[in-house]
Design a protein around this ligand. Structure first.
Ligand code: PLP
Length: 484
């Protein structure tokens, strides 16, 4: 790639502003002063910081170029499995930015925040309907935070029932946050293996479920992208021993309007608004992980809660069994507005979004099968998991394949997760990709498999076309260079 300045649209060697500045250059010109100047009292300003002197256009170009180094769903397909990196319609951002929402102070009295409270009240209702649960809290700020809230709810429930239980069952396909959340709340996570079909078998749960077990955390669809087909039977086993079924609903993008999570046996579940409901995931911004519960868990939900009385909305702390607040004020409101706007604009088409997400993943699974090893060869939900087993004879690994994809203009998929698949390559296309883009992605992965067989060296040093090529990740982690 030509790295000389100005020779290509994408300039990858952008100097620091300090290296670019020239003394005396100015970003704006003010009219000549027509009043006398007066010295300020004493030297209150002191020496200013040593900012570089730049013209306006230099600053604009600098930041615009830096912005072009970003890869995001707005620039291309981002097939990061378990993350639902789908395109989020801009109209939802626009609604969240309306001054009445964006500038509202969280200490406004209810009389001045009726619209905001109503939006939260209605969003809770929508999320309850979409999941098939009875009540919702919008406070948690992320999926993992929802899990922790869920664990606190389980603890409060058992405490009320007079049985203090110490263990939580967590399948081996679980997201790492699941055992961490259970442990953070003082429970001991008990691992359980999924079967040869990639799902949990009732027998495995029957073996570990006892009266010291507070419940199970189960992701459905699971992180292999497979629907836990024995979920009802498993829920019955857990309930029969007095346990609670916690559903990790981060993968809701596969089943909106299709699966009633309440009916399949979940007592508590979280959603990731920043995956499924129109907030970009992973951009470093705020998230939201609402927790939805059945009525027997509702008394313990975090307070304050939004309530309605005679068409007016209030925040109420009158929930004596509540576990209390889990977030400052009421959670990340801007994310709620985007979810509300998304749900209202989509309506019943949410189901179609899930159907297309599942179709796209199955299309990728079928077209790449044979080129890449598919350890669980069965219909998948919104994502599919391959491995590098077929590339092993050429001594090419998942990491090499992922790095090479960048040269083809794609963000790599999730790699080496879930842990149950050795060298996992986990692809989630989402519903927002066109068939043409998915075909280009499939072609790229096929070309890479060919390169693996014929030109291994090319892959080992990839990426070649990025700002930095293959990094020494160990040294980068052990001896980070933070000055650029
Ligand atoms: C993303 C994810 C989580 C964690 O959500 P965060 O918002 O990142 O904390 C938990 N479980 C699953 C299955 C996920 O995909």
């Amino acid at each position: 790639m030509n790295k000389s300045l100005g020779a290509t649209g994408l300039i990858l060697n952008e100097p620091l502003l300090w290296e670019r500045g020239k003394k005396g250059r100015c970003g704006f010109s003010m009219p000549e002063r027509d009043v006398d100047s007066f010295p300020l009292d004493g030297d209150i300003l002191g020496e200013g910081p040593d900012f570089p002197d730049l013209s306006e256009v230099e600053v604009i170009r600098h930041y615009t170029r830096l912005s072009q180094w970003n890869f995001g769903v707005d620039t291309g397909m981002y097939p990061l499995g378990s993350c639902t990196m789908k395109y989020n319609p801009k109209v939802n951002e626009r609604h969240a930015a309306l001054p009445g929402f964006a500038s509202a102070h969280p200490l406004l009295p209810p009389v001045l925040s009726q619209g905001i409270l109503e939006l939260m009240f209605e969003l809770e209702k929508y999320l309850a309907e979409i999941t098939g649960m009875d009540a919702v809290t919008l406070q948690p700020a992320a999926g993992a935070h929802g899990e922790l809230t869920g664990m606190l709810l389980i603890y409060a429930y058992h405490k009320k029932m007079g049985s203090l239980r110490s263990k939580i069952i967590v399948p081996d396909t679980a997201h790492g946050t699941n055992p961490a959340s259970a442990a953070l709340c003082g429970f001991r996570p008990v691992p359980v293996k999924s079967n040869e079909k990639g799902v949990l078998s009732p027998e495995a749960i029957r073996e570990v479920m006892d009266e010291e077990t507070a419940g199970i955390m189960i992701t459905n669809p699971n992180t292999l992208g497979l629907f836990e087909e024995n979920i009802r039977e498993i829920a019955e086993i857990v309930h029969a021993k007095g346990g609670i079924v916690y559903g990790d609903g981060a993968n809701m993008n596969a089943v909106m309007g299709i699966v009633d999570m309440g009916k399949i046996g979940f007592d508590i579940m979280h959603l990731n608004l920043h995956k499924t409901f129109s907030t970009p995931h992973g951009g470093g911004g705020p998230g939201s992980g609402p927790v939805c519960v059945k009525s027997h868990i509702e008394p313990f939900l975090p307070a304050p809660r939004v309530i309605e009385k005679k068409g007016k909305f209030f925040l109420s702390d009158e929930f004596p069994e509540s576990i209390g607040k889990v977030h400052t004020f009421y959670g990340n409101f801007g994310v709620m507005v985007k979810a509300y706007s998304y749900i209202r604009t989509m309506g019943p088409s949410l189901k179609r979004a899930s159907q297309l997400a599942v179709l796209n993943a199955n299309y990728i699974k079928e077209t790449l099968k044979g080129t890449y090893d598919l350890p669980y060869d069965r219909p998948c939900m919104h994502e599919c998991v391959f491995s590098d087993r077929l590339q092993e004879p050429h001594k090419v690994t998942t990491l090499d394949i992922a790095k090479r994809l960048m040269d083809y203009g794609f963000h790599p998929p999730t790699i080496y997760f879930p842990l149950v698949v050795h060298g996992a390559i986990m692809i989630e296309p989402t519903e927002t990709e066109s068939k043409e883009d998915i075909d280009r992605f499939v072609e790229a992965l096929k070309a890479i498999a060919k390169e693996a067989a014929e030109n291994r060296e090319l892959l080992l040093k990839a990426p070649h076309n990025c700002r930095v090529t293959r990094l020494d990740e160990t040294t980068a982690a052990r001896k980070p260079c933070l000055t650029g």
